[in-house]
Structure formats: structure tokens, C-alpha cells
Write a protein that binds this ligand. Structure first.
Ligand SMILES: C[S@@+](CC[C@H](N)C(=O)[O-])C[C@H]1O[C@@H](n2cnc3c(N)ncnc32)[C@H](O)[C@@H]1O
Length: 553
């Protein structure tokens, strides 16, 4: 045991010696990358087990960082924001270099287009990152590479807030003067005292504030861009009565700014720790007028206004629409809700129409899962251990053994002759549109390692649309377009199992229909009909939930 420890220390110190031989910028980036791996691990397991040998090596390396960087915890911060916000040269602090290095190592799967830029993939995070890959990612993206070693926590919250507002406006997340004014006013850092103000104002992802006993996040404060987009989609006006489900405090404060003195905000959370925290932080930040309630948010709120709520903003991942939300929404109300269906997760802004809700905004987003009576876990069919999985809705039968066996059989490729550009933002729309066009439908998810070993084709981090039938399955994939112009890709299908050719043609045909009929029509529209009022059977493919039937066109 002692001998092994010495051996491990020796190996790590050898790594250090090699690292210290590099340029100082490269060494710093490498050291930070090592720390970053620990942070990435922390997101996946409750706490990383760091061996004593690793600790010794890390402390030795930390000594060699410039003083301004020694206290910096390295995280994924900045890459998505960087890619969204920088035009031309990359202006960066050393803080985000490891994230960039890691992204570069993730190879071809490192980013995908989204409505406002590119999306960061936690899933495709590699095991190791090398500093030498940092300049490579810049070269690959045609940007200049320059590093400034600024101390990251030196700026006042007001300065950070102003910059956040400018960035959000530039990204297109802030659009209306009202929401922008609210963002300029709410002291976001007071609602997440657990982390530094820099992290709070610059966060590209949610900041987790509570985990369960298995280390799984159960509560968070959403990222600024997501708060902004949800509030823009909610269209909140002064004087309105608003209900928020899930209470981080920060979003409720923004809502309070939007409704003003004449309106009201009620925020409900199932977790007493979170309601206590939210009440305290709201009072401290000067938003004591927000009503905080501890309850299961899918149940009717006892003291709801008789006329209903003008806006209901759900900030937790739901698998269905609660009848209480539909009952307590005013006739001209809007419901904004992160909804999971067919392995997808979209925050949907619905407006009330006569007998149904109609979407006008879909936001690609992830949320912690709802607890209580509405708790729901999607079914996961393991096709190759943990590495390749099919995520399906519970009401879609899938023979796990037959599909896993199919996956070991030879693959069949069918290219759809549908091209897309890397910044077109087409895939999120295709994902949703297909859910309303084919059944059964789910998502094939694969790790980076599986892609590198050739187990799957090019599957993006959030998964690929997939269909199956008995002992065969097919999924959408990508390759560089045949007449390879930079940044253009062709969509295709990979299929396995005895029925692979038919299934591949079926899925490719649906992709072709999307290209012809829906590609230029903007975002798909999701309509939600209550199932307890009337069963809609219009002959189309529907996504059936216990309380609502979704029709997607
Ligand atoms: C993403 S956090 C809320 C974020 C927050 N609104 C903000 O300001 O960013 C989701 C919250 O939903 C809560 N939650 C989960 N299930 C719930 C339920 N059935 N009813 C009410 N709250 C629930 C969790 O306790 C968690 O605090």
C-alpha cells in the first residue's frame, strides 16, 4: 500500500516536471484543467475521491499558479458565453482556458448551434484536457488567441451586473425595456451567497444550491440567460398577479420588479429549506412583499386570487401540465413551463386559446426534476451499458433486451440529402417537430467515449432523435456535407436490427418532410389539450401525458 502510494506520487510528480517545462501560460492552463476535472467530477458524483497522491501533485502544481489565480475554482464557466458573445478575437482570462481546452479535446462533438449561438455540452466532457489544445480550438474556430491574467473577483457587483445586462442584450436574451430594467436592478448576487459575484453574474449554467442524499441537484438558481428568456416569454406587465413554482428567490425578485407595486408575486416550493432560504433572501434584498408558500406546486394554491393568475411561471422540470395550473390561469393568462416529453426538455411559453394552450416560444433548457405528486423518471433503455442509452416516455413500449441485441448487429447508413449550417439552429426545431410526426420516438444518448470507439455515429451531447420497432432501431446522425463547405453538415440515419433498412427509410423520410414542409416555417407549435375535457383524435401523431395531449405541428 505504502509502496503503491510512493509509486503514484512519483508518477504524478513526473507529470508535474513535464508540465513545468512548458511555457507559463500553458502550465497554468494545464494546472487549472486538472482542477477543472475535479469540478466536473463534482457535478457527476457527490464528492470526488482524490487520492493522497493526487492531492500532493495538485498542491505542488497550485504553487506554480500566479497568485491572482490560486484561489480560482475552475469550472465550465464562460465557454458558451464566450462563443455567444465574442466576434473576432477571443478575449479571455485564464479562468476559462481549461474549459476551452476540454472542449477542444471533446473533438467533433464540442458544440452545436442553438438559437443564440452555441450550446455547451456537459455530456461530451472528456477525461483529460491538454493545454496545447487551447490554441487549437481558437484556430479551428478562426479566432485569435490572447490571454489576459486579470484577477477575477476584483469587480463590484454593480459593474458585473451592468456587464451581464449588456451581454444578455447582445445575445438577444434581453429584448424588452421592462425586463432589462429589472435585470439592471435586482442584486442577483444576494440570492446566491454560496458563490462569488463573478460566478453569479457570469454563470452560463444554473448554480446548484441543494443536492439530495445521492448528490443529485434538487434546487438551483437558473442562469441569467434563462431567467431573461423565460421572463421575456412570460410577457409580464405592471399590475399582474403572478405565480412562480420553484423558489430560488432571484426570479421572484425579477417578477416583483416587473409587476410593480400594483401587482403581486407568489412563489411556491415543496422544500421547506428552500422556502426558508427564499423568504430570508427576498426580505434581505428588499423584496419582502413576495409571498412565499411551502406546498406541492402541482396542487391548487389555497389562497389563489378568484380571477386566477395572469401568469404562471414554472421553474422546475415537469413531465405533465397540472390541472391546477390550467384551472388557476386567468382566461387571458400565459403559462411558462419546462416540459419533458419524448426525452426532450423544452421550456414552453403557452398562451390560452379557447379550448387549449398554444405555444409561441420554445427554449432549449434543462431544469431539476419536479418532486412530489408530479415526480416522474423517464425510462432509460441501455443499449450498451452506460455508454449508449435510449430515453423513452413510459407509455411507449420498448423491448430493452431486443433493442440491446439489435445494437450489437451491423449498422446500416442512410443519408437524407438534407443539409444544415452550423449556426442555423435547426436541430432543436427538428427534434421537437419529429416528436409530433413519428411514433414511437425517443432520444439516443451516447458518451464521447462511445462515439470515439465507433459505437455510434455523430451524436450530439443532448442526444439524437430515435425510432424503434420490436428488435430494430434507427437514429439521426450528422456528417460534414459531401461538398464540404466549412460548417455545413448533412443529416442521415443509422439503423440496426433485422428491420434496419425500412426503419432508416422511415426516419429519413420524416427528416425529408421536415426539410420540405417545416424548415422555413419557424419554430414548431405545441398545442396542449386537456384530456379530462375532450379526447382529440385528429389522426395525427400525439404526445399523450396523463393530464394533457400534446399536438405538435
Ligand atoms: C430550479 S429551482 C427554482 C429556480 C428559481 N425559481 C430561480 O429563481 O432560479 C427548482 C425548485 O423547484 C422546487 N420543486 C421541486 N418540485 C416541486 C413541486 N412539486 N412544487 C414546488 N416546488 C418544487 C425545488 O425544491 C427547487 O427549489
Amino acid at each position: 500500500m505504502g509502496l503503491r502510494l510512493l509509486y503514484l506520487i512519483f508518477c504524478r510528480l513526473l507529470d508535474c516536471a513535464l508540465l513545468l517545462g512548458r511555457s507559463s501560460a500553458a502550465s497554468n492552463a494545464e494546472t487549472l484543467a486538472l482542477r477543472h476535472e475535479i469540478l466536473a467530477l463534482r457535478r457527476q458524483v457527490e464528492w470526488p475521491r482524490i487520492s493522497w497522491a493526487d492531492r500532493a501533485a495538485l498542491s505542488a502544481l497550485a504553487e506554480h499558479l500566479p497568485p491572482a489565480l490560486r484561489g480560482v475554482e475552475v469550472d465550465c464557466e464562460g465557454f458558451a458565453a464566450l462563443m455567444r458573445s465574442c466576434h473576432g478575437a477571443v478575449r479571455t482570462t485564464l479562468r476559462i482556458l481549461p474549459a476551452m481546452a476540454a472542449v477542444a479535446m471533446a473533438g467533433k462533438c464540442w458544440c452545436k448551434p442553438r438559437d443564440h449561438g452555441v450550446e455547451w455540452f456537459h455530456d461530451s466532457f472528456p477525461d483529460r484536457a491538454l493545454a496545447s489544445t487551447v490554441p487549437r480550438v481558437c484556430r479551428a474556430t478562426g479566432r485569435k488567441f490572447c490571454v489576459t491574467e486579470t484577477a477575477v473577483d476584483a469587480e463590484a457587483p454593480e459593474v458585473l451586473r451592468k456587464r451581464m445586462v449588456e451581454d444578455l442584450r447582445e445575445q438577444g436574451a434581453l429584448v424588452s425595456p421592462g425586463v432589462e430594467a429589472a435585470f439592471g436592478k435586482v442584486p442577483r448576487h444576494l440570492f446566491v451567497p454560496e458563490v462569488s459575484a463573478t460566478e453569479v453574474y457570469g454563470a452560463p449554467e444554473a448554480v446548484f444550491i441543494k443536492r439530495n442524499s445521492q448528490g443529485k441537484p434538487v434546487s438551483s438558481v437558473s442562469a441569467p440567460w434563462l431567467h431573461a428568456r423565460m421572463l421575456e416569454a412570460a410577457q409580464v406587465a405592471p399590475g399582474m398577479r403572478v405565480l412562480e413554482i420553484g423558489s430560488g428567490g432571484c426570479n421572484a425578485a425579477l417578477l416583483a420588479e416587473l409587476v410593480g407595486d400594483q401587482g403581486s408575486v407568489t412563489t411556491v416550493d415543496i422544500d421547506p429549506d428552500i422556502t426558508t432560504r427564499a423568504s430570508r433572501l427576498l426580505a434581505e434584498a428588499g423584496y419582502g412583499q413576495v409571498r412565499v408558500r411551502e406546498a406541492d406546486g402541482i396542487q391548487p394554491l389555497q389562497d389563489a386570487p378568484a380571477q386566477g393568475f395572469d401568469r404562471i411561471v414554472v421553474t422546475v422540470g415537469a413531465a405533465d401540465l397540472s390541472p391546477a395550473w390550467l384551472d388557476q390561469l386567468a382566461p387571458t393568462g400565459r403559462l411558462v413551463v419546462p416540459l419533458r416529453f419524448r426525452g426532450l426538455s423544452r421550456t414552453i411559453a403557452f398562451a390560452r386559446k379557447q379550448d387549449h394552450l398554444r405555444s409561441d416560444t420554445l427554449i432549449v433548457s434543462g431544469f431539476v426534476a419536479i418532486q412530489g405528486d408530479g415526480a416522474h423518471a423517464p425510462r432509460v433503455v441501455r443499449l450498451a451499458g452506460q455508454e449508449v442509452r435510449l430515453v423513452v416516455d413510459e407509455n411507449q413500449p420498448a423491448d430493452a433486451d431486443a433493442l440491446a441485441a439489435a445494437f450489437t448487429s451491423p449498422r446500416y447508413e442512410h443519408w437524407a440529402r438534407v443539409e444544415l449550417g452550423s449556426s442555423e439552429g435547426l436541430l432543436p426545431r427538428l427534434d421537437v417537430w419529429l416528436a409530433g410526426a413519428i411514433a414511437p420516438y425517443g432520444r439516443l444518448r451516447a458518451t464521447q467515449a462511445a462515439a470515439e470507439r465507433g459505437l455510434v455515429g455523430w451524436v450530439l451531447g443532448r442526444g439524437a432523435p430515435a425510432v424503434w420497432h420490436r428488435d430494430s432501431l434507427a437514429y439521426v446522425t450528422l456528417r460534414p456535407a459531401p461538398q464540404a463547405t466549412e460548417g455545413r453538415y448533412e443529416l442521415g440515419v443509422i439503423a440496426h436490427g433485422p428491420d434496419r433498412e425500412r426503419l432508416a427509410a422511415h426516419l429519413a423520410d420524416a427528416v425529408g418532410r421536415f426539410d420540405r414542409e417545416a424548415r422555413s416555417a419557424g419554430e414548431p407549435v405545441v398545442r396542449a389539450y386537456r384530456r379530462d375535457v375532450r379526447e382529440h383524435s385528429l389522426g395525427e401523431v400525439t404526445v399523450d401525458k396523463p393530464n394533457v395531449r400534446l399536438v405538435i405541428t
